[in-house]
Design a protein around this ligand. Structure first.
Ligand code: HEC
Length: 197
């Protein structure tokens, strides 16, 4: 009885914590702008859920023939600095809309960059015997999908076998590393010296 009565209290206090961050900005106002309070409420809602959805099947369809539809960016298989523990080679393919912007990102000389909406990047993990053991995918959604991490959708799967698992909006296992290249829109790029013509 005691436990079941205390539960709602825990819930409502954590709800208060969730709502709290919206309040201090109102405190900073002079108070002259009553109408801004309403505006802030609207902003808080849209920050929480932008309502932009990504259709996982659309991405799977788009990557169905990535080896012929997309452009291979690296000239020679690239030693991965991190994926799968860093002991593997990778190939990186991008769809046509992304090619120019992606080629401009040089990990040896990182600069501000921004990938266009609709960008799809596939990174193959090579197994050392000419095969592909797995692939990771990044898809650039519309602004507002995932503003904290550049509006990227993340996935991993066996693309040649036709499967792709959505990691979705905010998979810590991906963003934990990729946030270190937020300056170049969360992509590492391929060194200019190892790019296909
Ligand atoms: C341990 C750090 C780390 C983790 C975790 C990680 N990545 Fe990466 N990612 C990298 C690095 C470093 C590169 C650059 C190429 C390389 O060295 O493999 C890269 C490259 C990529 C690329 C090629 C585009 C580019 O230039 O950034 C894609 C696509 C990608 N990662 C997707 C993902 C996805 C999806 C996940 C989560 C399932 C993920 N990564 C998790 C470090 C990481």
């Amino acid at each position: 009885m005691t436990i079941s009565r205390s539960l709602p209290i825990i819930l409502s206090s954590s709800l208060a914590l969730l709502l709290l961050p919206g309040c201090p900005s109102d405190d900073g106002d002079t108070g002259a702008d009553d109408s801004e309070t309403n505006g802030d409420d609207v902003d808080t809602d849209s920050d929480t859920t932008a309502g932009i959805e990504v259709d996982d099947q659309m991405i799977l369809d788009a990557v169905a023939n990535y080896q012929s539809d997309f452009t291979l960016i690296n000239a020679a298989p690239q030693a991965s600095g991190a994926h799968a523990g860093g002991g593997i080679d990778v190939n990186i393919y991008v769809n046509p809309v992304a090619e120019d912007a992606y080629r401009a990102v040089d990990p040896d000389n990182l600069a501000d960059a921004s990938m266009p909406v609709g960008t799809i990047i596939v990174k193959e993990h090579l197994d050392g015997m000419g095969g592909v053991s797995a692939s990771t995918v990044m898809y650039k959604a519309e602004a507002g999908y995932n503003p904290e991490f550049g509006d990227w959708w993340w996935g991993v799967g066996d693309l040649l076998g036709g499967s792709l698992n959505a990691s979705g909006q905010n998979p810590g296992m991906c963003t934990g590393c990729h946030v270190s290249v937020s300056q170049s829109d969360y992509v590492y790029g391929v060194p200019a010296g190892n790019q296909t013509p």
